[in-house]
Design a protein around this ligand. Structure first.
Ligand SMILES: Cc1cc2nc3c(=O)[nH]c(=O)nc-3n(C[C@H](O)[C@H](O)[C@H](O)COP(=O)(O)OP(=O)(O)OC[C@H]3O[C@@H](n4cnc5c(N)ncnc54)[C@H](O)[C@@H]3O)c2cc1C
Length: 466
């Protein structure tokens, strides 16, 4: 028998409906949801889905609402299914190097919990102090460490999910290896709440690397970024992070990094290396080789931070960038495009030229090692908006021409849905729609997301959340 939900789990007051109608993007819900249901167990999720399915009510799964593309914004009213109360770490099993978590666990809490046992969960979206494992899995989140360790998908072994009709399904496994049947875990990861509601995840863990060092390479031009990465690669150095700041974003952190940045520096590479407890000597040797490689590739200066407070200061400056950019204009929009790393120079050059042509500021920073760049668009007045749209469309077209992809982290959600066809053929989109129909025949799970047509790019009322 389905459980009865406690009355306090269901919110219908205007303030709550309004609060749960937004996420950290500029997407605007055309109408508020009818109810927010704050579930506490798989059985409750199942009961909500069963009732919603019977009455054909749309359901939008939502975790912490830090998404950048409107994935958790209810586009068709109905129910917002809030999963933040399902926040327990059910177990950390050191022997099998895995953790079993509920979807509402905040990512940073999982980091701390496993690190206290000498283990390591690498995915580190910069929102890790507020976003959740459920949201990370639904968007296949990545972060700076993705360069060395991969993205969320690489760590999800098994999932429990509630299907659109309320049935509960276990997919995947607890073992690292396994090829039985289709990879349904792989399909659910990154499905943005459109195929099922994740209610439990089994994630794999690594030994915690004991030593971490951070290098900063100051370079004369953005064009020096890709050759610097190539120089590291050529010497067999595979950093765990390689972040870039362009000339504009470098200007923003100048006073916060804790050292003087010469005026001649027009871009910065932030590189991190790590090693297991018994490989400290190897790390020292690698650090020296990395420094030499960067200098040989033309770096103006290479600085090393070995103490955790020095590293933290650098990373705090990097993490603050998104908010710092917001102070520069009334409106800000951030894209998360990816190009092959050899095309990074071409992408950054394109951004400079497009900013000049459209007179829209386009500062860029991001995960250089993965070719994943956050291109930001800053503007103040309504009459600039058509030029912002023009610049965004030009960016997406250029990224596809460079054989890249529209989103490396945030997903498609509502905001990028109109551009899906730039990257995927009609046949591919039709196949994806058939998959969606097979999993959710009534179309009640997170309608208006991913697929173009229903969703519109809503720039209205944006006051710069990203
Ligand atoms: C300052 C800042 C920095 C950021 N940095 C990064 C970054 O470095 N890398 C990165 O990848 N992202 C980043 N993001 C974006 C965002 O944090 C990620 O997309 C994150 O994974 C969303 O998690 P959430 O818990 O907030 O999910 P939400 O925003 O609540 O939901 C995101 C999507 O997941 C779906 N969903 C949520 N929970 C479930 C569930 N249990 N079952 C099924 N579907 C579900 C929702 O329907 C929605 O489509 C950043 C955001 C901010 C504000």
């Amino acid at each position: 028998m389905s459980p009865r939900l406690p009355v306090e789990a269901i919110l219908t007051d205007i303030d709550s409906l309004e609060r749960y109608a937004h996420d950290a993007s500029e997407a605007v819900a055309p109408m508020p949801p009818s109810a927010v249901v704050r579930v506490a167990s798989t059985a409750e999720v199942s009961a909500v889905m069963e009732a919603a399915h019977a009455h054909r009510v749309p359901v939008t799964p939502r975790a912490a609402g830090t998404g950048r593309v409107g994935g958790a914004v209810p586009m068709a009213g109905g129910i917002v299914l809030a999963l933040e109360r399902m926040n327990s770490i059910r177990g950390i099993e050191a022997g099998d190097s895995l953790a079993v978590v509920e979807p509402g666990v905040v990512t940073g809490e999982l980091h701390r919990a496993v690190e206290s046992e000498g283990l390591f969960y690498p995915p580190d979206p910069n929102s890790w102090e507020s976003c959740t494992l459920g949201g990370n899995i639904a968007t296949n989140a990545g972060g700076p460490r993705a360069f060395g360790y991969g993205v969320t998908r690489d760590y999800v072994l098994g999932l429990e999910a509630v299907m659109a009709d309320g049935s509960v399904m276990q997919v995947g496994r607890r073992t690292r290896k396994g090829v039985t049947g289709y990879d349904l875990v792989g399909l659910l990861v990154g499905s943005e709440g459109t195929l099922g509601v994740i209610t439990e995840a089994t994630v794999r863990l690594l030994p915690n690397p004991a030593r971490v060092v951070t290098l900063v390479a100051l370079v004369a031009s953005e064009a020096d970024i890709a050759p610097s990465l190539a120089a590291l690669r050529a010497r067999g150095i595979r950093p765990r992070c390689a972040e870039l700041l362009d000339a504009h974003t470098l200007g923003l952190v100048r006073l916060k990094v804790g050292f003087a940045i010469p005026e001649s520096a027009r871009a910065l590479l932030l590189i991190e290396l790590d090693a297991a407890p018994d490989a400290s000597d190897r790390l020292d040797a690698e650090l020296e080789r990395a420094g030499n490689a960067l200098v040989d590739a033309g770096a103006l200066e290479v600085l090393v931070a070995t103490q955790s407070h020095e590293r933290e200061r650098l990373w705090a400056a990097r993490r603050e960038l998104s908010w710092a950019l917001r102070t520069l204009a009334k409106n800000k929009l951030s894209e998360d495009v990816v190009v092959p790393v050899t095309e990074l120079g071409a992408l950054l050059e394109f951004c400079t030229a497009t900013a000049e042509r459209t007179k829209i500021r386009m500062p860029a920073y991001g995960h250089a090692g993965d070719g994943n760049v956050h291109v930001n668009f800053l503007w103040d007045t309504e009459d600039e908006r058509p030029r912002v749209e023009e610049a965004i469309e030009a960016l997406f077209e250029r990224v596809i021409a460079l054989r890249g992809t529209l989103s490396g982290e945030h997903g498609i959600g509502v905001l990028k849905a109109p551009y899906l066809g730039l990257e995927q053929s009609d046949a591919v989109v039709a196949l994806e729609k058939r998959i969606k129909d097979a999993w959710d025949p009534a179309g009640i799970l997170n309608p208006g997301k991913i697929f173009p047509g229903e969703a519109t790019r809503a720039l209205h009322n944006f006051h710069g959340a990203c």
